[in-house]
Design a protein around this ligand. Structure first.
Ligand code: SAM
Length: 470
């Protein structure tokens, strides 16, 4: 019965919105994870019909031994849709078996009502948008080059072509150097290239922040990743910096900090110092951190842009997940983080990003940040489009900003429309004359080679329309 209680515990946590399906399942001890995960996912797939059957058979009313709806769901799932309840003959199993005939007939009734010819047709399907998002693979430039990676994948039998057309086709991304796109069904979890850290599985949109921040690859560079775990963007920053200079990666959560450290070691990051601290408690005048010129701020958000086949199974019940109270609290925290980043004396570039689609966490945070004392006295403004992935067509929502023209400075990704998860990126910059420091005085050019190539590309291309709102 313990196996069922473990699955119930996961379902209870999901009901209490204590994390995504993937996140909650990851917290199960590894030896039981596979079996429990399968039961949880299958139960969620059939949850609406199982719930209807349990109610019609009045199982919970008649059997006090079945102490919760989630316990009834997992047991009835196995009774009706698997090989029976996998437990010894105890009182809980007996309580369900007493109702087997009624449950079976209510199940048949529910099937007829839905016109389902097989049990499979009763299952809730995943999020169809996930099928339009390729499996993205970032080549870890700290280990090898993209050219070498292309050759290695070709040697494995992949051919250059449209990644959505066949599981054997892959291509180089148009916007992010070092990013490759494969068919969504391709799995790399067991691939030696993944296990050795030579490739990193990272959604395209989540590669935008480090690319846009564009930290320098120099021995005297000082960069901060303020909210780092699990560390995909940290290792991306590290790759852009070619493991040079110093990259401070803050993470306040102890467990996530340990994941971050594992991830950074696997990605061969040698210029990163991971710090298990709350970024808000870090003094901008600290002798080390205070020298940072670039800050990446990718704080906790509602995650409403994440398209996930599994989490879609929760969507029907959690449509109001993003209630305004929660979003207001998140937005207040996000703004606090931006304001704190702006107090660092040497900082010239701050990327603020979220995987949310809500304007309240995106344009509204930017709009308010620009009006704060930290921004006005510090001389921060939004970078122009030319520095913020100019060839990316989908920009911010003009109607959500004080100055609609600012929308052009912002990057948005729309799930299902852009072959990425939903995402938002902004770049605050400080006029170079406003900050002192050796680099500031010397450099009058764009921050790195990416900016140059993008600017040239933007000029070559016909200028896209201002904001491509869906
Ligand atoms: N950038 C990460 C990546 O790409 O892998 C994802 C960051 S996740 C959206 C936000 C992270 O920030 C969480 O791990 C959270 O624990 C951490 N966090 C939130 N508030 C923080 C704070 N004040 N200081 C440091 N870390 C914080």
């Amino acid at each position: 019965m313990n196996f069922y209680f473990e699955a119930v515990n996961v379902l209870d946590k999901l009901d209490a919105k204590k994390g995504s399906i993937k996140g909650v399942l990851a917290s199960i001890p590894e030896k039981n994870r596979k079996r429990t995960a399968a039961l949880v996912i299958e139960t969620l797939k059939y949850k609406p019909v199982l719930g209807e059957v349990i109610d019609a058979a009045q199982l919970l009313k008649q059997e006090k031994k079945i102490t919760s709806r989630n316990l009834a769901l997992v047991l009835v799932h196995d009774l009706l849709l698997a090989r029976g309840i996998q437990a010894g003959d105890g009182p809980i199993k007996q309580a369900v078996l007493r109702h087997k005939t009624r449950l079976t007939s209510e199940f048949t009734r529910a099937k007829i009502k839905r016109g389902a010819k097989s049990n499979d047709e009763l299952a809730q399907t995943g999020d169809a948008r996930a099928a339009s998002i390729p499996r993205y693979v970032r080549v870890n430039r700290t280990c090898w080059t993209t050219k070498e990676a292309l050759k290695a994948f070709q040697a494995q039998g992949y051919e250059l072509g449209d990644p959505l057309s066949s599981p054997k086709s892959f291509k180089q991304d148009d916007h992010i150097p070092d990013l490759l796109a494969f068919h969504p069904s391709v799995r790399f979890i067991e691939d030696p290239l993944y296990l050795s850290g030579k490739i990193i599985l990272q959604d395209k949109a989540s590669c935008f922040p480090a690319h846009i921040l564009a930290p320098p690859a120099r021995n005297d560079a000082v960069v901060i990743d303020a909210t780092a775990a699990p560390g995909n963007k940290t290792s991306h920053l590290c790759a852009i910096m070619q493991n040079k200079g110093k990259l401070y990666a803050f993470e306040r959560d102890r467990k996530r900090f340990s994941t971050l450290k594992t991830m950074l070691s696997k990605a061969h990051c040698t210029n990163v110092e991971a710090v298990n601290s709350d970024f808000l408690t870090i003094s901008p005048n600290d002798a080390n951190f205070g020298r940072a010129t670039h800050i990446l701020l990718d704080p906790s958000c509602s995650g409403s842009g994440i398209v996930n086949r599994m989490d879609h199974l929760l969507a029907a019940e959690q449509e109001e997940d993003d209630d305004s109270d929660r979003l207001n609290k998140l937005a207040a925290f996000q703004l606090k983080m931006v304001r704190h980043a702006m107090t660092f004396p040497s900082v010239r570039r701050i990327v603020y990003s979220t995987c949310s689609v809500h304007a309240i966490e995106n344009e509204h945070v930017v709009r308010q940040a620009l009006k704060t004392e930290e921004a006005t006295t510090g001389g921060f403004r939004l970078a122009r489009r030319a520095q913020v992935l100019p060839i990316w067509p989908r920009r911010g929502f003009p109607e959500e900003l004080d100055d609609p023209a600012d929308a052009d400075s912002l990057v948005r990704c729309s799930p299902g429309e852009d072959a990425t998860n939903g995402f938002f990126v902004s770049l605050f910059i400080r006029d170079e004359t406003d900050v002192s420091g050796p680099e500031t005085k010397k450099r009058k050019q764009p921050v790195n080679a990416h900016d140059n190539s993008e600017q040239r590309a933007a000029k070559r291309k016909k200028k896209p329309s201002k904001a491509m709102d869906p």
